[in-house]
Design a protein. Sequence first.
Length: 316
Amino acid sequence: MSKVLNFGSINIDETFEVPRLCQKGETLSSVGYTVRGGGKGSNQSAALGRAGAKVYHAGIVGKDAVWVKELIRDQGVDVTFIKVDEQEVNGRALIQVSQENGDNCIVLYPGTNAKYTAEYAQQVLENFGPGDWILQQNEISQGGAIMNVAADKGLSVIFNPAPMTSSVLTEFPLDKVDILQVNETEATIMYQAVTGRTDEPVPEDLIELLMSSYPKLQGIVLTLGGDGVLAFFRHNNKTQKYRIPVAKAIVKDTTAAGDTFVGFFLAAFLRDSQEEFFKRVEASLNEANVAAAISVERPGSMSSVPTLNEVLERSG
């Protein structure tokens, strides 16, 4: 099985359960408070590990978050390349979760996630090469440089540009990305940055623009919340569009739904590498869709990620 290197963020998540998301000028009392390990990078590594992938996480933690490194390891992730910064405090996410509908809003403090260097990336990437994959988000420093080096070494690239800013288009070599995983908000920001327009396009237009703008892309996966998943892949001069309805779930907390989807999709895609390409994509999308549905029924981020057995049981 191919190795997956996730060069990603590692956070301490402080979650406040609130009656509804706080508005401008408003003070709300929290009805619940928890501290857990999280970060888009670690959540996606946890999903990959629980889905059975051979995943390695590269990242930096403060000495206040060594316990998060151990937590990541417990998800089936190789943490050999995670290093400890003795000076900087760890990255933090302050998360509000609404009791009304499970929606959330998040404030990030980068901390150690802003301490990545080109030298560190080179040291890690010496252990990977053609046939392996790198997974990246937009929550660490030097992300674009890391992607460049990885692609030049022959790694395939899957990119989840979250949190999304228009600067992603200039900071990351998107022409080297193989699979792009975005939600509707992220895709809209990319569309507006590329076209200079301010309207909100229909999902099919988003995909058409991005696929034509970046010819190396094998596929785009666009998650649409309650409207399910729209994806478009091309392989050997053939193309296939997928529309996957949202899996049923009783929503409690949506914090790690996207991260769970990313990890389970890539794990399934690599696990079934002998299957016909387009069938493999469809099976991977369906598995990831079910995994994300299970995750929203549970509180927390990394702690909400299901196991592969749970996903297979739910899938029937």
